[in-house]
Write a protein that binds this ligand. Structure first.
Ligand SMILES: [Zn+2]
Length: 419
């Protein structure tokens, strides 16, 4: 299992200058390599590969002394990055032609100053002892280890990044041994939304953080100030940092909350079931796109997934179709528009609309999982041992329907949500 750990890096002023020079060298190399690829294609329809370009590095280092202060592998990885950007570009083009993706496809860009921020050091170019990180041709600087790196982890790459504010960070890419997969016994369904970030099938509700909404006023003010500053001036640079800091605060607030929510979700059951949302399509709704981005559902699902997998659990995604219309108790379709917050069915089920969705989602998840793990019933008691149940029934003798109800027993039967 691959994970990334991010720490603050504290280079000395001299080291910071070396790092900045390295960034600049890599940026120039990136731009030159991109130009070479474009020209070769335009004039003689020739494809330049990573291999061809990386062979030229020793010559470049000879011809331009500023490249000598950068480690060979760091330059190589800068070229590799461009190669990846190319591959990703053609993949997106292919996806678009195949009709999988209707997004605009951007070509790899030339990078201006402030647009190239990351250096990649591979295993040969760095070493970490305690909180001291030695980077080849830069020196040894302190890392703020706010969490410990697991002893069994294999650190493969260190990404050194300068953020828009001007702070340095190091991100380690770790290879961790896979956690033993738990036999799934409990499941929880999660309905994500704008009014509540997440409504779980057990009745728990997580509010959205709305970090952009709360920071928008300040962000707008600072951006207005930035637009008034003279281009190239000291004051503009100072204001640019203030805007970057505002963005960073918004981002951190969101990330913090999503980490807390995803941790609770991942710990609450062996299987967490989400809807398979097409967030990109939903963002085309211009009235809601900002609120949807701010809610960051995709990020919530991503964070929950790696947290669950790290603990031997799993995250399932099920089809969203009609999950808000279907009755969680009897399966009838109850048509309602977005403004209707309560689900009322002729079978007597009355509950919050999102809670109903969450229960429908967990049922679909349980159904999907029973195809993979036939003994799974979704109830929080030990029923993993097969007892020779009839086909279509769980090992413990319960059907999928009652299983889902058992996840939220009081709610369904009491007929009213606890909030
Ligand atoms: Zn019903």
């Amino acid at each position: 299992m691959e994970r990334a750990f991010k720490f603050k890096l504290l280079p000395t002023p001299k080291q910071a200058i070396k790092l900045l020079n390295s960034l600049d060298a890599c940026r120039h190399l990136h731009n030159a390599a991109l130009e070479e690829r474009i020209t070769a294609w335009k004039c003689c329809r020739k494809r330049i590969t990573y291999k061809m370009q990386s062979k030229e590095i020793p010559e470049i280092m000879k011809a331009y002394p500023e490249f000598k202060s950068v480690q060979h592998h760091v330059l190589q990885r800068a070229l590799k990055r461009l190669d990846r950007a190319y591959a990703a570009f053609f993949k997106r083009i292919g996806d678009r032609k195949a009709g999988k993706n209707a997004c605009k496809v951007g070509f790899p860009r030339f990078k201006g100053r402030n647009r190239y921020r990351t250096l990649e050091f591979d295993r040969t170019a760095f070493s970490l002892k305690g909180d001291q990180l030695r980077l080849s041709k830069v020196g040894t600087s302190k890392v703020v280890l706010h969490r410990s790196i697991p002893k069994e982890a294999v650190v493969s790459v260190a990404y050194v990044k300068r953020d828009a504010v001007g702070d340095w960070w190091v991100m380690f890419s770790l290879e961790l041994p896979d956690a033993p997969v738990r036999t799934p016994k409990t499941a929880i369904g999660v309905d994500v939304g704008l009014l509540h970030l997440a409504t779980c099938s057990d009745g728990t509700v997580f509010e959205p953080v709305r970090s952009l909404k709360s920071g928008l006023k300040r962000l707008r003010r600072e951006q207005r100030r930035l637009s008034r500053r003279k281009k190239g001036g000291t004051n503009r640079e100072r204001q640019r940092v203030i805007v970057a800091r505002t963005h960073r605060t918004i981002e951190r607030r969101r990330s913090d909350w999503l980490n807390k929510v995803s941790r609770k979700l991942a710990d609450s059951a062996d299987v967490v079931v989400f809807e398979d949302l097409r967030v990109k399509n939903m963002l085309q709704n211009r009235c809601l796109s900002r609120a949807i981005s701010d809610a960051a559902w995709g990020e919530l699902i991503r964070k929950t997934t790696y947290k669950a997998e790290g603990a031997g659990g799993m995250v399932l995604r099920v089809k969203t179709q009609d999950s808000s219309q279907e009755c969680s108790n009897c399966g009838r379709m109850v048509q309602k528009d977005l403004s209707e917050r309560t689900h009322r069915c002729v079978c007597g089920t009355v509950m919050d609309r999102d809670l109903n969705s969450a229960i429908v989602i967990v049922k679909r998840g349980i159904g999907k999982l029973q195809g993979i793990v036939p003994t799974f019933c979704g109830v929080s008691h030990d029923c993993a041992a097969p007892t020779g149940g009839t086909p279509g029934r769980d090992a413990c003798g319960e059907t999928g329907n009652t299983a889902a109800r058992a996840v939220a027993p009081d709610l369904v039967e009491a007929g009213s949500p606890p909030f």
